[in-house]
Design a protein around this ligand. Structure first.
Ligand code: ATP
Length: 511
């Protein structure tokens, strides 16, 4: 969130969730049945916002790149694919249960520390991962000391996640749900893939999975694209679509859900040692540039380079582009150098060659791959966070009034423009406004609003992020054949001849 002049202050997640619900961006799925954890629906405005983000990505990654082609593969694929990719064996998160409250935690998101007073451990505290967990844990430690009436100085708390706990500590660490020790289980691996059954047989032979990433759909079609697409190394295959993960603790609104969408590119390159570092860097920069293109300020994006010891055995490098969400700085976009791992695995498991014949070098090889993988829903949340803004502007009577606005980049705004007749009961105004509305509708999604004072109508559009409002008034039809266009961010108004409106808007919306 930025207010018009001052420094950036982030909106709370609650402010975003409330606005999204109130204005029809995002709803909890199955709300009339009490909701369903980890699932969200996009309403009339949210579906437009999401579609615009996806279109902008496809345009930048596929249409504007000669060497990248698109793909749309199935969600359910041959189960062998997930054995080859390593997901059946290893797509796990460590899970821990609280036996008393029946709450379930991801062990790597549950933090704990021994509480020491003058070198003596008086107990343990635990907190769930958040931007404020250190302060929260310190408060709990002070409370524990008070309760036990221990004298002395509290030592600084060193939080560790539960996967790092020693077995003898399990019994001593309190469950965050109850505050009492003794009810947390040891961590155990939980596979995040949703299982389903394909075909009429109820036995294990029909077990299949909902894809947990779109990437494997690309790898299993590598040969098809090479054989039909006239592609030359380097080239990319892009895909967007649903992915499913049975997250242990879906949370932070649409940041971590169980059904979400991904936009991924698998970019195939020469397997020599010089190519990947350059392509890797290029992709990091390309991804950052695209985020600014959809209105995410560069100062909200960071780079988190994974240290070598955290990389998977086949990976040469991974960098996450992070974003400052209301709940802390977190991964938005993962850019990973995956080497030959995926294609080699599919070659091994399918028995089909995944080699590429390089005409120029007259050589066959399995290419390396660089994979930028982005969540659509996390991007929607980042766009909303960056756009949310509160300021004060004069109301109809000239009195300062608080206003909430979404400063969307026109490229992603659900409505690009709104058209209003000044009064709804003057047919000549309505007719002229309607004609303009229909003309603009041929190019963009346009809002139409006839009810209430103009100031109120502006405010309604501000809150859903419509960059421009056009008002048809008496002068339009009686005098100058011109209209007033009002800018969402500055609230400034200009008078533009009716016949120039489309071109005027086009210049600004499509810039
Ligand atoms: P995390 O560590 O946050 O679980 P990850 O490293 O497992 O994420 P990847 O497997 O790299 O994520 O997935 C690529 C992208 O897909 C992520 O950067 C994110 O934008 C998105 N994504 C992954 N899991 C989810 C989810 N549960 N809900 C929404 N988006 C997700």
């Amino acid at each position: 969130m930025s207010d018009s002049n001052g420094p950036r202050t982030l909106p709370t997640l609650e402010a975003l969730v409330t606005l999204c619900k109130r204005r029809g961006f995002i709803f909890q799925s199955s709300e009339i049945y009490g909701g369903y954890a980890g699932f969200f629906d996009y309403g009339p405005l949210g579906s437009e916002l999401k579609r615009n983000i996806k279109d902008a990505w496809w345009k930048a990654m596929v249409h504007e790149r000669e060497e990248i082609v698109g793909l749309d593969s199935t969600i359910i694929m041959h189960p062998e694919i997930w054995k080859a990719s390593g997901h059946v064996e290893g797509f796990n998160d460590p899970m821990v249960d609280c036996r008393e409250s029946k709450k379930r935690y991801r062990a790597d998101q549950l933090f704990f520390a021994p509480v020491r007073v003058d070198g003596e451990t008086i107990g343990y505290v635990s907190v769930e991962e958040s931007g404020t967990m250190q302060a929260e844990a310190e408060e709990k430690a002070a409370e524990l000391k008070r309760k036990q009436a221990v004298q002395g100085t509290l030592e600084p708390l060193e939080l560790r996640d539960y996967t790092e706990a020693e077995p003898e500590e399990y019994e001593r660490i309190p469950s965050p749900a109850t505050g009492k020790p003794g009810s947390l289980t040891a961590p155990r691996q939980f596979n995040l893939m949703f299982e389903t059954r394909v075909g009429p047989l109820a036995d294990a032979s029909g077990v299949s999975y909902l894809r947990p990433e779109t990437a494997q759909g690309i790898f299993q079609n590598f040969k098809n694209v090479v054989d039909t697409g006239r592609v030359k190394i380097p080239f990319g295959i892009a895909q967007m679509g649903k992915a499913f993960r049975n997250e242990i603790t879906p949370r932070n609104f649409i940041f971590r859900s169980r059904e979400f969408e991904q936009m991924e590119v698998e970019y195939f390159i020469d397997p020599d040692d010089e190519t990947w570092p350059r392509v890797y860097r290029e992709w990091i920069d390309t991804c950052k540039a695209w985020l600014t293109r959809i209105g995410i300020p560069a100062d909200m994006i960071g780079e988190d380079v994974h240290p070598p010891e955290k990389l998977s055995h086949y990976s040469k490098g991974t960098t996450d582009l992070t974003f400052t969400f209301p709940f802390g700085t977190q991964e938005l976009w993962g850019i990973a150098c995956r080497g030959q791992f995926d294609l080699s695995q599919h070659q091994k498991h399918s028995g089909k060659s995944m080699e590429f014949f390089d005409e120029a070098r007259k050589e066959k090889y399995i290419p390396h791959v660089v994979e930028p993988s982005l969540g659509v829903d996390r991007t929607v949340l980042a766009v909303l966070t960056a756009a949310y803004c509160e300021d004060e502007i004069p109301n109809d009577k000239g009195k300062p009034e608080k206003r909430v606005l979404l400063k969307f980049h026109p490229r992603v705004a659900p409505f690009k423009v709104a058209v209003f007749p000044l009064l709804k009961n003057k047919p000549e105004l309505v007719e002229s406004a309607r004609t303009l509305y229909q003309e603009l509708q041929r190019k963009w999604n346009v809002a139409w609003d006839v009810s209430g004072a103009i100031g109120r109508r502006y405010r309604r559009q501000d809150e859903i992020g419509t960059p421009y409002c056009v008002t048809v008034d008496f002068d339009t039809v009686e005098k100058d054949q011109a209209v007033t266009i009002r800018d969402r961010d500055t609230t400034e108004q200009v008078r533009i001849p009716l016949k120039e409106v489309a071109a005027w808007l086009s210049e600004r919306i499509e810039a």
